[in-house]
Design a protein around this ligand. Structure first.
Ligand code: ACO
Length: 331
């Protein structure tokens, strides 16, 4: 293939969630909340959480196997493994990608983690696209996987109702027809404080006082994140479409980050999309951060909502703050 015509396509998708369901009524027994508040403010009805002993790489591995099978490839066919996660198995190293590589038996295949919170999967797809378009690599596994239940303060009702565990994966391969038409990434580090885990890193290494103060848990200012998300999703999708030489009237299907139904509805309205054109599964899984978009993409592909030739837009936002969008002509 000549590099100037070579594009990347999504050749296979897969996802995996833990069995254990935590419903809104379960949460009513844990914090001062209720199903009505959670449903009307977020759209979430239940989420999945891992059993003790299960980590992010376990979920990532299961999703990866399914994506590889869907693409008709073996682990040894891979040229690169990327894992987007905010909840790696280990804080420093080894990377979760290396652990997944070993579990898959993809000996020697380069592997690294990527951190862009909930936008991580879109960032990963963007990185993989460059390697494929330049001809450096052919088959790349991009995984978004999280066990957010491990960094949630289960006594903080403002955050514990939002998040869930899960993993989604995609195998990207070269194509000369359709495929990934554009990627758009963005970040605003000036807003890093609105959504953070303050303790446990090099700034505030884990200590008894960090644990006593609960600084190893997710902290979020919901309102600024909400306002940012409502603004950014439509803008990011439009900018990515413009790079692809398209506009929002060309969108057949939107796969947004599954954070809050009100954020998704606002983005759909801004992009002039009908309900049937937007994938939603947050009622079942909540916000699974980097896993959210690939989990949703897998659902949309497997349910037949996405068809050959469709213009599909993946769009997300997350801590950082970060945002990103990918435009795909599905092939
Ligand atoms: N149950 C009942 N009441 C609650 C709960 C709860 N679980 N949580 C908060 N409340 C109360 C508050 O205390 C407040 O009470 P008050 O009026 O007496 O002070 C009231 O409900 C309203 O609280 P708000 O925070 O103003 O509620 P809001 O409508 O903003 O919804 C929410 C909060 C759902 C968190 C919203 O702000 C949101 O979705 N923000 C975006 C969050 C997001 O997407 N985060 C993920 C980013 S992706 C990543 O990278 C991880």
């Amino acid at each position: 293939m000549r590099s100037e015509v070579r594009k990347a396509k999504v050749a296979g998708v897969g996802s995996f969630v833990p069995e254990k369901v935590l419903s809104n009524s379960d949460l009513e027994d844990m914090v001062d909340t209720n199903d009505e508040w959670i449903t009307t403010r977020t759209g979430i009805k239940e989420r999945r959480v891992v059993e003790e002993g299960m980590s992010t790489s376990d979920l990532a591995y299961e999703a990866a196997k399914l994506a590889l099978a869907d693409a008709g490839l073996k682990a040894q066919d891979l040229d690169l493994i990327l894992v987007a996660t905010a909840t790696p198995d280990h804080l420093a190293f080894p990377s979760t990608a290396c652990i997944v590589q070993d579990k898959l038996g993809a000996k020697g295949v380069p592997a690294f983690d990527l951190a862009a919170a909930c936008t991580g999967f879109v960032y990963g797809v963007s990185v993989a696209t460059q390697y494929i378009e330049t001809g450096a690599y052919d088959n790349i596994l991009v995984i978004g996987a999280e066990t957010l239940s491990k960094i949630i303060d289960w006594e903080d009702r403002s955050t514990c109702i939002l998040f869930g565990d899960g993993a989604g994966a995609a195998v990207l391969t070269p194509t000369e027809k359709g495929g990934i038409l554009s990627n758009l990434l963005g970040a605003d580090g000036a807003q890093s404080q609105v959504l953070k885990v303050e303790g446990g890193g090099s700034k505030n290494p884990l200590s008894q006082s960090i644990i006593d103060e609960g600084l190893h848990y997710i902290e979020m200012e919901g309102n600024p994140v909400f306002k940012f998300a409502v603004r950014i999703l439509g803008r990011a999708a439009n900018e990515a479409l413009e790079i692809a030489g398209l506009d929002d009237s060309d969108i057949d299907y939107l796969v947004p980050h599954q954070a809050n139904i009100r954020i998704i509805d606002a983005a759909a309205k801004r992009l002039d999309l009908q309900k049937e054109q937007v994938y939603v599964n947050l009622d079942k899984y909540g916000n699974t951060s980097a896993a959210s978009i690939p989990l949703a993409l897998d659902g949309a592909v497997k349910s037949g909502d996405i068809k050959e030739g469709d213009i599909v837009v993946l769009v997300g936002f997350g801590a950082g703050l970060t945002w990103g969008a990918t435009v795909i002509e599905w092939s």
